[in-house]
Design a protein around this ligand. Structure first.
Ligand code: GTP
Ligand code: MG
Length: 198
């Protein structure tokens, strides 16, 4: 699945333009700069597939990626919590994202990315609220784990587990990753393959 040549498919700013895909879909969500685009590139082994940037707020639309005859599409979602975003942009984000989450039957799971250095912030809890309300299953992925030491990561895993246990919905296992070091990628690919096969 991930050995296929993944390609950019389309960018979407409104629900009317969602592409027809012949399979299931997964989406990557999280705060600006958390490492969504980097993780997509690492998973697909294609540097530069999803545009990454040091400047937060780089990805403003729903970006769709697919590979020829792969029964899966990957969606890079615009980051939330970008401090300098004007209110109308935030409103547009919420509107587009929520209608996408609620109105996309092929969407099987959202990977909710959390920066290992920061843990779950109030804005992430808000995002979880949206996901719960849209009844979309989400899996927490800790990113940039190369930036913290193993004992810190272990503590973060525990704290994240405690936070998730308070949520109303059941949740899949937390995965710690580093796009830079390749950590957790095999585990994440296996999770995604499970979704495709089910
Ligand atoms: P937006 O599109 O703005 O929401 O950001 P994003 O979540 O797509 O983040 P992006 O992938 O563009 O990465 C943001 C910054 O974090 C870049 O400078 C990346 O190089 C860096 N980064 C991403 N993943 C990792 C990682 O695993 N380790 C380290 N050390 N840096 C990372
Ligand atoms: Mg991005």
């Amino acid at each position: 699945l991930f050995a296929k040549p993944w390609d950019f498919r389309t960018s979407v700013t409104d629900m009317a333009n969602l592409p027809d895909i012949g399979g299931i879909e997964i989406a990557f969500a999280g705060r600006s700069n958390v490492g969504k685009s980097s993780l997509i590139n690492a998973l697909t082994g294609r540097n530069g597939l999803a545009r990454t940037s040091r400047t937060p707020g780089r990805t403003q639309m729903l970006n769709f990626f697919s590979a020829d005859d792969a029964p899966l599409a990957i969606v890079d979602m615009p980051g939330y919590g970008y401090a300098q975003a004007p209110k109308d942009l935030v409103d547009a984000w919420t509107k587009l994202v929520f209608s996408y989450l609620r109105g996309r039957p092929t969407l099987r799971r959202v990977f909710l990315l959390i920066d290992s250095r920061h843990g779950i912030k109030p804005i992430d809890t808000q995002a979880m609220g949206l996901l719960d309300k849209a009844a979309v299953t989400y899996q927490v992925v800790l990113t940039k784990s190369d930036k913290i030491k193993p004992p810190q990561l272990e503590r973060l895993m525990e704290e994240t587990l405690v936070a998730l246990a308070k949520r109303p919905a059941a949740f899949p296992e937390i995965v710690a990753t580093s796009s830079e070091k390749g950590k957790g990628l095999a585990e994440l690919r296996a999770e995604i393959l499970q979704l495709v096969l089910n």
